[in-house]
Ligand binder design. Structure first.
Ligand SMILES: Cc1cc2nc3c(=O)[nH]c(=O)nc-3n(C[C@H](O)[C@H](O)[C@H](O)COP(=O)(O)OP(=O)(O)OC[C@H]3O[C@@H](n4cnc5c(N)ncnc54)[C@H](O)[C@@H]3O)c2cc1C
Length: 495
């Protein structure tokens, strides 16, 4: 019997991508999305005329030097004019000095040697590694076959071995210059113990102009992908939460929505949260020990889970778009001490704020249990959010005197906000399964479930690896597998 129809759960980037490739390969496709808009985590929201972006900093495949670009061409979101490429990744300021991580590696080398001529050897090592990484794009590996990954990785394998383990903190210890020792560990967001390899890939991608920012922000980007899907004849039903995946024998045969209606199809793809797909929609019946072990101990602490945003009546053109600065003295925020702020200034995209005004966002890691506990009492939760917003604006005064008086909009989003709007369990992104290395990039984690036919997963949970491009590639791969099962040649066409 030939299979014709696919039901997809979730209109995040993975679900939308799966839908587009399903249409390109002749399947009827309908997406059920619980929210009233596309994008999932890849989203933005409006407050008082300002657009707050909740997701993309760097989008893999923004430029044609990465293999991922082809996927965006297929998904109708690859017009080069629609991207901003940053000239610098971040500026770190401390003790009256500034380290600008220029995207141009030659410029970065000159700048660092001006700051610390005594560290010329270490800087040479750093920029040589970055230049080597310009020859590959790690974020494209999920798109490639294991053979292609091996071929591409081979020339940089020794560097991957070395810098895959060495953290930014450890590398920084090589610098003699005290400012570089302090500043360098913070050049890649607020991620502690991040391997050098991740940073080198970002630097190389910024240098190659393969990592960019989609103009208009994350939701505008998701809408472009949604348009492509609709243009291919795909259907989306919003405000439609799936509560059950229907199974007959060993086959998925459709879904039941929260309103009780049932929708049958030959194939089901879940591009929704992994835990709720496996343990709620499928009642845990297709979870093996490996899957159970993974979901048994989610991290409580999550980086970038608290977004504190302001709309300010201030033209901040000329300031770095990404700024980390050390505070005069550490302050207590939530349940911990912070010694610096990581500020994003959305001064590079005029569509996000009225003319002459700017959106600023400061992100922090936070514990889910901290916010969950507070949320038992709505007032305490709101009070803590207000306290955080007040503290952060007073700290922004240190760097931008007079800014508090220019605030027109304040918005605080916690991991509970992410959980509520996107269904991601505890507002979390997937974490790496223990023992998984590079293989996770090519094999994923739960692309299918043991014992269940006509069912696929797509998205960051299927891959156990986060990323907008990862999600799109995962949706593409789900349809590739389906075509293979159906004995069809997979077809992908450009917009
Ligand atoms: C703060 C932050 C910054 C990030 N920055 C970057 C970045 O710079 N670059 C990058 O590449 N990636 C970034 N990411 C990661 C990236 O956004 C995600 O990994 C990716 O968007 C995940 O897409 P997805 O489609 O797999 O899942 P999701 O976006 O989670 O989509 C799942 C969809 O399913 C829907 N859904 C869930 N349950 C149901 C249900 N029962 N019924 C119906 N619908 C349901 C949800 O509403 C949602 O729309 C960032 C993430 C965060 C949180």
């Amino acid at each position: 019997m030939s299979r014709k129809s696919i039901v997809i759960i979730g209109a995040g980037i993975a679900g939308l991508a799966a839908g587009s490739y399903a249409r390109m390969n002749g399947y009827d496709s309908v997406i059920f999305e619980m929210h009233d808009k596309p994008g999932g985590v890849c989203t933005s929201w409006k407050r008082k005329g300002y657009t707050i972006d909740g997701c993309i900093h760097h989008l893999a495949g923004s430029g044609p030097k990465s293999e991922v670009h082809q996927v965006w061409r297929e998904l109708g979101a690859a017009d080069p004019q629609d991207f901003v490429f940053y000239d610098e990744i971040v500026q770190v300021e401390a003790d009256g000095l500034a380290l600008t991580v220029h995207s141009d590696i030659d410029r970065l080398e000159r700048h660092m040697k001006e700051i610390a001529p005594e560290d010329a050897d270490t800087i040479d090592e750093y920029v040589a590694a970055a230049r080597a990484f310009t020859r590959i794009d790690l974020l494209a590996f999920p798109l490639l076959s294991p053979w292609e990954v091996a071929r591409k990785a081979l020339p940089v394998l020794p560097l991957m071995g070395k810098y895959g383990k060495l953290t930014l903190e450890k590398f920084a210890e090589k610098f003699k210059n005290p400012f570089l020792r302090k500043a360098f560990p913070t050049v890649q967001y607020d991620f502690p113990n991040i391997p050098m390899m991740v940073h080198l890939n970002f630097l190389a991608g910024s240098h190659n102009r393969t990592l960019g920012w989609p103009k208009g922000g994350s939701l505008a980007f998701a809408r472009a992908v949604e348009n492509r899907y609709r243009g291919l004849g795909g259907r989306i039903e919003y405000n439609s939460r799936v509560s059950k995946i229907l199974v007959e024998g060993d086959r998925a045969v459709g879904v039941r929505l929260a309103d009780g209606t049932e929708h049958r199809a030959d194939i089901v793809i879940s591009a929704a949260d992994g835990r709720s797909t496996i343990f709620d929609m499928l009642s845990g019946e297709y979870a093996d020990d490996r899957i159970r072990a993974y979901y048994k101990s989610p991290p409580d602490y999550c980086e970038m889970s608290l977004h504190v945003s302001y709309g300010v009546s201030r033209d901040m053109t000329g300031e770095p778009h990404s700024l980390t600065y050390f505070l005069k003295s550490p302050v207590r925020l939530m349940d911990r001490e912070v010694d610096r702020l990581d500020v994003e200034l959305f001064n590079f995209d005029p569509t996000l704020a009225p003319q002459g005004k700017t959106v600023l966002k400061v992100m922090f890691g936070s514990r889910y249990s901290f916010w969950r506990e507070l949320a038992r009492d709505r007032q305490r939760y709101e009070d803590e959010k207000a306290r955080v917003a007040d503290t952060v604006i007073s700290l922004l005064e240190e760097r931008f005197p007079g800014i508090s008086a220019q605030v027109e909009m304040t918005d605080v989003a916690t991991s509970l906000t992410t959980e509520r709007y996107t269904g991601n369990w505890q507002g979390l992104p997937p974490w790496m399964p223990s023992g998984a290395g590079l293989t996770a990039m090519t094999q994923g984690f739960t692309r299918t479930l043991p014992g269940l036919q006509s069912f696929h997963m797509a998205g960051h949970w299927a891959e156990a690896m986060f990323g907008v491009s990862t999600a799109a590639i995962s949706g593409r791969k789900a349809v590739q597998r389906i075509c293979k099962e159906d004995g069809k040649r997979f077809r992908a066409v450009e917009d």
